[in-house]
Design a protein around this ligand. Structure first.
Ligand code: NAP
Length: 284
């Protein structure tokens, strides 16, 4: 059996297309501000892509570049200014930050109503309680890819590998709300292989190329590979050994072209949602 490939690029295009009428219905274009500290080449690529998609959709996009040695105070001052700027609906600080900056303090400073990445503790708390908020982009994109697979999620065994605040933890919460029985694994998990073997849904968010082998995958399982690992030859690999896993899985996301484009699409959706909430509130 060869797995169905879950095409994140095509799904992201559809989602972006569907946003256009919502954007057109707003009294002004939604505003997205992306803050980039330093010159990490991967971060520069991600930020550029976000700007390109925002531009295509008619989202007013601004990029604020700070030098790698920017102080915490300088970065917090930028966030304060963006929080107060009424033309800005969504704020994203590109991670990772240089080591001398405290990402937790920085993310906490963003107005939760403008938290386009959905990583502020207010939004994370709402998510865990199953209440409306801005949902973390990557896990939200993964949920859309899972629904695209057409597989019933309710009652299924799901494993999330990786427990970061950005991906693994919110992913586990979303799967639990879809009525999966969820196991959240991490570097101290004993016998990861046997947990993956019994799982109908596998979400890998580790950052280790080809960690999950094809023989671990339950036949017919849906596999979402969040991992983006740059190999020595410059190519990208996921956390799942794709060529092995696609012979066993029912559906699988490729890397690249799976989760990545959906993360950007969800960023656009969060920005539009934030703008709708803000402009609706302003109109009242
Ligand atoms: P992270 O913060 O480094 O977290 C990695 C997690 O993996 C940790 O919870 C760690 O466990 C766990 N882990 C490490 N080694 C393990 C092992 N051998 N077995 C089981 N678990 C292990 O990473 P992240 O930010 O979540 O990102 C994960 C990957 O997703 C990276 O490749 C990243 O580039 C990619 N990513 C992609 C997108 C996208 O849009 N496509 C977005 C975000 C991230 P401990 O907690 O015990 O240390």
């Amino acid at each position: 059996m060869t797995a169905r490939s879950l095409n994140g690029r095509a799904l992201a295009r559809q989602r972006n297309q569907a946003l256009k009428s919502r954007i057109a219905a707003l009294p002004r274009p939604p505003g997205l501000a992306v803050v980039l500290v330093g010159e990490d080449p991967a971060s520069q690529i991600y930020v550029r892509r976000k700007g390109v998609v925002a531009g295509r959709l008619g989202i007013a996009h601004q990029q604020i570049d700070l030098p790698a040695d920017a102080t915490q105070e300088a970065l917090l001052a930028v966030i304060d200014r963006l929080n107060d700027d009424t033309s800005v609906d969504g704020i994203l600080v590109q991670l990772p930050l240089p080591r001398h900056l405290d990402a937790t303090v920085v993310m906490d400073r963003i107005d939760p109503a403008k938290d386009a990445d959905g990583l502020h503790p207010t939004n994370t708390g709402l998510l865990v309680q199953g209440r409306a908020g801005l949902i973390a982009c990557t896990p939200h994109g993964c949920m859309h890819l899972l629904r695209e697979s057409g597989e019933e999620l309710s009652g299924r065994d799901a494993v999330v590998i990786g427990r970061s605040n950005i991906v693994g933890r919110p992913m586990a919460a979303l799967l639990e709300q879809a009525n999966c029985t969820v196991t959240l694994c991490h570097s101290r998990t004993r016998d990861l292989e046997s947990i993956v073997r019994r799982s109908d849904v596998v979400v890998a968010a580790v950052g280790r190329p080809n960690l999950i082998r094809g023989e671990w995958i339950k036949p017919g399982a849906v596999v979402i590979d969040v991992g983006m690992n740059r190999l020595e030859d410059g190519s990208l690999a996921g956390d799942v050994f794709f060529d092995e896993a696609r012979e066993v899985a029912g559906a699988i996301t490729p890397v690249p072209g799976g989760v990545g484009p959906m993360t950007i699409a969800m960023l656009m959706e969060n920005t539009v949602r934030a703008a709708e909430a803000r402009l609706g509130r302003d109109a009242m």
